[in-house]
Ligand binder design. Structure first.
Ligand code: F6P
Length: 343
């Protein structure tokens, strides 16, 4: 009898998820497994909402953004009844292993389930690139490319109108998207959650730049960045099921302060979910594909409780625990490079 492998995608969607699903199905079927897709993250395992995945189901999806399985931010550990259902449905589906594709929250649930005796393998996903034990997560490259294109476009309008434009990008509590897109897009200042914002320093940089004849400036700010001596700016006080707040709004606050203190006309552009939507870059398609193939190879070798990871351009296996133990914040050496171009 064929062994069955389940796969789910949890948390915020991200370009590159479909390449992972496709690779899991193709490699899994090659090795004689049956693959079942669990719908909408952990919610699908609570509700036993699944679909069999065959070659046809994953045909023509490598270039598609989002996830054909759907996703949710359901945390089954929030409710004892839900976790019991997850375990019961895992058994009912007769799963040999479950592939959990997600960020720290989804992988956190996977790690706990592994400790309860279920076979799981993790695949790291997030545009934020904030997972430890992997050099990159897929989705990040696409988000950076989109944000960079937006910064390019904002440059021409800022320059024509002689304005300051503050661009707010995603990334939660890590400044990876801001730093990469800011460097690539030639931003004049990049502000990240790792360093509290000193508004007088920002104003000074802008004034100095204008003093040498420039009539516009682009300021990239990460959604999780905070002003010195102030709290994080939140869009909503309400927490999601993993206890996270919704970030956003720092661009607006900062833009107003900059206009007030410099006297230069300022506009704010919040890129939001545009960074997460649409077709994945070639890098993310290839990374997702490599992760998916490796996940099946790990299952075939009986390596459970582990996660696929990219290290020095090789796909390796690490423990899920090592990936979620600590948030991977921005590399300060990279930020030092960004600072060379401030002003
Ligand atoms: O974690 C990915 C991410 O896009 C963050 O950068 C952002 O803060 C958050 O998800 C937005 O979440 P939601 O999809 O719930 O709006």
């Amino acid at each position: 009898m064929k062994k069955t492998i389940g796969i789910l995608t949890g948390g915020g969607d991200c370009p590159g998820l479909n390449p992972v699903i496709r690779a899991v199905v193709r490699k899994g079927i090659n090795l004689g497994y049956e693959i079942i897709g669990i719908k909408n993250g952990w919610k699908g395992l609570v509700e036993n909402d699944t679909e069999k995945l065959d070659l046809l189901s994953v045909s023509g999806i490598i270039h598609r953004g989002g996830t054909i399985l759907g996703t949710s931010r359901t945390n089954p550990y929030k409710n004892q009844g839900d976790i019991k259902k997850v375990i019961a449905n895992y058994k009912k589906l007769n799963l040999h292993c479950l592939i959990a594709t997600g960020g720290e929250d989804t992988l956190g649930v996977a790690a706990k389930l592994n400790k309860e005796g279920l076979n799981v393998v993790g695949v790291p996903k997030t545009i934020d690139n904030d997972l430890s034990a992997t050099d990159f997560t897929f989705g990040f490259d696409t988000a950076v490319n989109i944000a960079t294109e937006c910064i390019d476009r904002l440059h021409t309008t800022a320059e024509s109108h002689h304005r300051i434009i503050v661009v707010e990008v995603m990334g939660r509590h890590a400044g990876w998207i801001a730093a990469y897109s800011g460097i690539a897009g030639g931003a004049d200042i990049i502000l990240v959650p790792e360093i509290p914002i000193d508004t007088s320093e920002v104003v000074e940089i802008i004034k100095k730049r204008h003093g040498r004849g420039k009539t516009f400036s682009i300021v990239v700010v990460a959604e999780g960045a905070k002003l010195k001596k102030s709290d994080e700016i939140l869009q909503e006080e309400e927490l999601d099921s993993f206890g996270h707040v919704r970030l956003g709004g720092i661009g607006e606050t900062l833009g107003k302060l900059i206009e007030e203190k410099t006297g230069y006309e300022t506009r704010i552009s919040v890129l939001g979910h545009i960074q997460r939507g649409g077709t994945p870059t070639a890098f993310d398609r290839v990374l997702g594909t490599r992760f998916g193939v490796k996940a099946i190879e790990m299952i075939d070798a009986g390596e459970f409780g582990c996660m696929v990871s990219l290290q020095r351009n090789k796909i390796v296996s690490v423990t899920i625990d090592s990936a979620i133990a600590k948030l991977k914040t921005l590399d300060m050496e990279l930020y030092d490079i960004a600072k060379v171009f401030f002003g």
